[in-house]
Design a protein around this ligand. Structure first.
Ligand code: IMP
Ligand code: MG
Length: 188
């Protein structure tokens, strides 16, 4: 614990350390435990970026949670959202009458989340809240629609702790700002 990823893996400066991530994830887990007391929320992770956050978050929630995953493709081969969201893998479970918590890695423009929210609401859950590890610190997205937020982050391209560029760097233990000059490819 506490060791940063090796320089070999590391593409840029650390924005959020492993310790800061762990502390915040525990806090959010405690909030969810309190807010959903007596219930069994269904965590829906948006693949692939949210897998690491969701794994740690679930272990910080002291409730009988259940899991499902969705995979969407939102970026194609650029680092900015096109607004075109495609479901690559749909849910396995029925959402009817479930208390659903959608777990996202990062809300940037919010286009992906807006699409997912409409899509999930049409399946008649008892409730739907959003838990985003990262949110861009800008006026682009209305944060009031996010129930749980980990960190507000600047408009830099970030990698690590699930976030990738061209599928790399997801296994960094911290969140880093991608150095200029590293060629960005597809993300998800
Ligand atoms: P939005 O639709 O613009 O909100 O984009 C959200 C999705 O874009 C996230 O779930 C990520 O998969 C991806 N994304 C946005 N910003 C970054 C970043 O800085 N690094 C890696 N992926 C990102
Ligand atoms: Mg994503």
């Amino acid at each position: 614990m506490g060791s940063a990823s090796s320089d070999f893996l590391a593409p840029g400066r650390v924005l959020i350390s492993e310790e800061e991530l762990a502390t915040r994830v525990r806090e959010i887990g405690a909030s969810i435990t309190a807010d959903y007391a007596g219930r069994a929320p269904l965590l829906i992770g948006v693949l692939k970026g949210a897998f690491m956050f969701m794994s740690d978050l679930a272990r910080a929630v002291d409730l009988p949670v259940e899991f499902d995953f969705m995979a969407v493709s939102s970026y194609g081969h650029s680092t900015r959202s096109s607004g075109v969201v495609r479901i690559v893998k749909d849910l396995d479970l029925d959402l009817a009458d479930r208390d659903v918590i959608l777990v996202e890695d990062i809300v940037d423009s919010g286009l992906t989340l807006n699409y997912l929210r409409k899509n999930l609401m049409s399946r008649n859950p008892a409730s739907l809240e959003v838990c985003a590890l990262l949110v861009r610190d800008s006026d682009v997205y209305d944060e009031t629609s996010l129930r749980y937020i980990g960190f507000r982050v600047p408009d830099d391209f970030l990698v690590g702790y699930g976030l990738d560029v061209a599928e790399r760097y997801r296994n960094l233990t911290e969140i880093r700002v991608l150095d200029q000059g590293v060629d960005p490819g597809a993300g998800s």
